[in-house]
Ligand binder design. Structure first.
Ligand code: ATP
Length: 241
């Protein structure tokens, strides 16, 4: 992926096997978020391809969502004035197919699918540890709960792959531990997870596989124990000293 003359990602390959938790680490500006943007259809890579279950994925975030790629952002992006449950419903609606006529008329098919969507949204809120009724506006939630809400919204689209961009940023140790448990529970549902984090302890203790991106290139990848011990990672990522 190039931006004008800047090569933000160069010859990068990332594979996400089913049921895996894949970690992506690297110094500031390494290209981690750019890679997420390419994988979720937000950016069209300058060259190269994104495949999901072997089929190419177009550079279209709506298609990525429909095909089962969900994500959260580094900075919280909620509809802050909307209720908590309505935020989750926006995630669910990527999966609901209704004719415009049925929606306008509020016909029985529409009402049934809306009722199912609400049930699904409540279940996702409970799953991430929030009040399933979710009547309060999103902005009234504490910071850590807003991050959980973003995860609930992403899960509401019933994804095959969930991509989390710094899910524990700004959290204390207790909140971070809770997110760790949540990610493990998400994997147990059969969803593959890709997670960007600066907290290497978090990544090495959680992930099945870790990729280290440095200046737009994949420096090392492998199981946490191998990556952690790699001299190039220690030097490039943590500093030679
Ligand atoms: N839309 C864009 N236009 C121009 N340059 C961009 C754009 N998006 C990212 N870049 C550049 O690409 C490089 C990689 O940025 P990116 O945000 O992906 O890094 P990162 O590893 O996610 O960093 P951080 O850990 O600080 O979030 C940086 O040099 C950045 O300035």
């Amino acid at each position: 992926m190039s931006f004008g003359g800047l090569s933000a990602l160069n010859d990068v390959t990332l594979t996400v096997p089913e049921h895996h938790i894949v970690g992506l680490i690297g110094p500031n500006g390494a290209g981690k978020t750019t890679l997420f943007n390419c994988l979720t259809g937000l950016y069209a890579p300058t060259s190269g391809r994104v495949l999901l279950n072997g089929r190419p994925l177009a550079a279209d975030p709506a298609e990525a969502a429909r095909r089962g790629i969900a994500r959260t952002f580094q900075n919280i992006r909620l509809f802050s004035e909307m209720s908590v449950i309505d935020n989750v419903l926006t995630g669910r609606h990527t999966r609901i197919r209704q004719s415009l006529l049925s929606a306008l008329l509020h016909g029985p098919g529409y009402r049934r699918s809306e009722a199912e969507a609400v049930e699904w949204a409540r279940a996702e809120l409970a799953f991430v540890g929030l009040d399933p009724e979710g009547r309060a506006p999103a902005r009234s939630l504490a910071y850590g709960d807003q991050r959980r809400l973003e995860i609930a919204r992403a899960l509401a689209g019933d994804p095959a792959v969930l991509m989390l961009d710094e899910p524990t940023a700004g959290m204390n140790a207790k909140e971070t531990a809770a997110v760790r448990e949540l990610i493990i529970a998400i994997r147990e549902r059969g969803i593959a997870v890709v997670v960007i984090e600066h907290d290497t302890k978090f990544i090495f203790s959680l992930c099945d596989h870790v990729h280290v991106l440095v200046r737009g290139q994949m420096l090392v990848e492998g199981p946490p124990a191998v990556v952690r011990a790699d001299q190039r990672v220690i030097e490039a990522y943590l500093g030679a000293a």
